[in-house]
Design a protein around this ligand. Structure first.
Ligand SMILES: Nc1nc2c(c(=O)[nH]1)N[C@H]1C(S)=C(S)[C@@H](COP(=O)(O)O)O[C@H]1N2
Ligand SMILES: [Mo]
Length: 358
């Protein structure tokens, strides 16, 4: 855990100032939509200052007609509004043992917002994607030097690729978040939203869309934001993509003191990718016995689902360990143990929350 009391900014936990990394205290979860003020912030470089009058988006690469478009032109195109959950691939890193490098996120590097923007497919159709196109690279306006070993010389632009099929399916170029202009820290004026994928793919401060016929080997999907996968007796690095199914408890919080023989509302959120949350179970005895939590509202693809459980606390004082686990419509559930091949990312194994009954 933290050695010093965490600093707060606008109600969020400051994980680092430069680059700016802010976490939502997850116990503040209060509804399907995360208010923009509470939404976590993950930056790798200083936030670029962009004047929307000068902003341009270029669509280029393996296309018939590369083009450039400005903010007003983008806003005139057909738009869509979708809820989508963004989770940082390093969310919950602070629970890993032994401690690892990287931003020490607790439970709150995740949020769910309503995003309004233009389907990327509209721009790809306008450009005319050539046969043989494999991926679409999304590039942000932010760049900087890298400090890790094997760093290239000079500055690296924050960029990520997605398969052409995903780019066409449901990727949005969003200019509004919860009905208002995107704030600078969340990608003003335009960011990508890649539904169901870890948020590293949802490039902020978007400036270029590059169609390519070769796999992109950029820093943020090879040396970073990748994990080890075993292919038979081979081991290879694979870029992080789809979010793994996960449930988190918002309340009670770890080490909370609860009254014996009282009614406590245990609640939180659960999410998955390309499927629906169909079951959330709670254990109050560290994983021995499980009971079903109540799912709130209707499922929405690639957005989290809230759940709650009315717990009658025991009459005996002492420690109780709460554990939650989710299952989705594709039968996937959370692993009990941490898979070390995931490095410092994709943290969805069961996370116990200890409380004290008095
Ligand atoms: N251009 C750019 N896009 C980016 C990043 C970044 O540093 N630069 N960070 C990524 C990561 S790792 C995450 S988790 C999300 C965070 O989005 P948010 O700050 O709106 O919560 O943005 C992604 N998009
Ligand atoms: Mo992230």
């Amino acid at each position: 855990m933290q050695q010093n009391e965490p600093k707060f900014r606008d109600g969020k936990i400051v994980r680092s100032e430069e680059p700016l990394n802010l976490e939502m205290p997850f116990e503040k979860l209060d509804g399907f939509v995360t208010p923009t003020d509470s939404f976590y912030v993950r930056c790798h470089f200083p936030i670029p200052k962009i004047d929307k009058k000068n902003w341009r988006l270029r669509v280029e690469g393996e296309v018939e007609k590369p083009f450039e478009l400005n903010y007003d032109e983008l806003l005139k195109l057909e738009s869509r509004t979708i809820p989508a959950t963004l989770e940082c691939a390093g969310n919950s890193r602070n629970f890993l043992e032994p401690k690892v490098k990287g931003v020490a996120w607790g439970l709150g590097a995740v949020g769910n917002a309503e995003w309004t923007g233009v389907p990327l497919s509209i721009l790809l159709d306008r450009a005319g994607v050539k046969a043989g196109a494999l991926e679409v690279i999304l590039e942000g306006a932010d760049a900087g030097p890298l400090e890790e070993p094997k760093q290239p010389s000079g500055n690296v632009q924050f960029a990520r690729s997605i398969p052409i099929a995903k780019a066409r399916a449901d990727v949005l170029l969003a200019y509004r978040m919860n009905g208002e202009e995107l704030p600078p820290q969340n990608g003003f004026p335009v960011r990508a939203i890649v539904p169901g994928w870890y948020a590293v793919a949802s490039i902020k401060w978007l400036q270029r869309v590059i169609v390519t016929d070769k796999p992109f080997g950029g820093y943020y999907q090879t040396l970073d934001y990748a994990y080890w996968e075993k292919r038979g007796d081979l081991t290879e690095l694979v870029p992080i993509s789809e979010m793994q199914i996960k449930a988190e408890i918002a309340q009670p919080v770890a080490n909370e003191i609860l009254q014996a023989n009282s009614n406590v509302r245990v609640h939180g959120a659960a999410w998955t990718s390309e499927g629906e949350i169909v079951r959330v179970e709670i254990s109050v005895d560290g994983g021995g016995n499980w009971a079903e939590a109540k799912l709130i509202d209707q499922p929405t693809r690639n957005a989290w689902r809230l759940w709650e459980y009315d717990w009658r606390t025991p009459s005996k004082p002492g420690k109780q360990t709460l554990v939650v686990r989710a299952t989705d419509s594709r039968g996937r559930t959370q692993p009990v143990e941490r898979d070390p091949d995931r490095g410092t990312y994709m943290i969805n194994h069961l996370l116990p929350v200890e409380v004290e009954i008095r």
